[in-house]
Unconditional design. Structure first.
Length: 189
């Protein structure tokens, strides 16, 4: 599947702004409908949040978070053409964010900083959900009560940490998506 040439921001201060998307095989931006649903769920918590958009791709999820008041977004993407497009979109939209051109798995081995919201939508062919979730949980990347969004093929089977409790979920076509809430491993924390 090839991505369309542009998608749009659904809500917030950048509402209806276009995001230019390179024509790359296998690129699968999160649909407008799913992004709208997700950010309706996140509406009470996204403002002021520190957000991590792993496997950022087009950056649509992180840009939506910025548009809706996230304090900071870090985009991590390994494909150089997507990194360049994301940087160009940020400049054109006049918003600041950190863009890291690196493999997400390698980047997660670095020095951790806790995020309030993590957007986890890896390329489906990578099957990276279990390993990435474990790296996020064990590496100190999650705030004590972080929100984690996971997008995967419908029917995919993977293991997530016991501290990630499903909050809301949905399906759109062949895609399943779930918003998790992290709870401390120690119930007294």
């Amino acid at each position: 599947m090839t991505a369309p040439g542009r998608i749009r921001v659904i809500g917030g201060s950048l509402r209806n702004s276009r995001i230019e998307v390179p024509d790359l095989p296998g690129l699968r931006p999160t649909t407008d409908r799913v992004r709208e649903t997700l950010f309706n769920w996140l509406q009470p918590v996204v403002e002021g949040a520190r957000c991590l958009d792993l496997f950022a791709g087009t950056g649509a999820l992180g840009l939506e978070a910025l548009s809706r008041g996230a304090a900071a977004v870090t985009f991590v993407e390994r494909e150089p053409r997507l990194v360049a497009a994301l940087k160009a979109n940020l400049v054109r939209l006049k918003v600041a964010a950190e863009v890291v051109g690196d493999d997400a798995t390698r980047w997660l081995r670095g020095r951790a900083q806790p995020f309030d919201l993590v957007l986890l939508d890896p390329p489906f062919a990578l099957d990276a959900w279990t390993d990435t979730a474990r790296a996020l949980e064990d590496g100190g990347w999650l705030a004590p009560r972080a929100w984690i969004y996971v997008e995967a093929p419908r029917g995919a089977i993977f293991a997530l940490p016991d501290t990630w409790l499903p909050h809301r979920q949905g399906q759109a076509g062949d895609v399943a998506y779930t918003l998790y809430r992290r709870t401390p491993a120690d119930p007294l924390s």
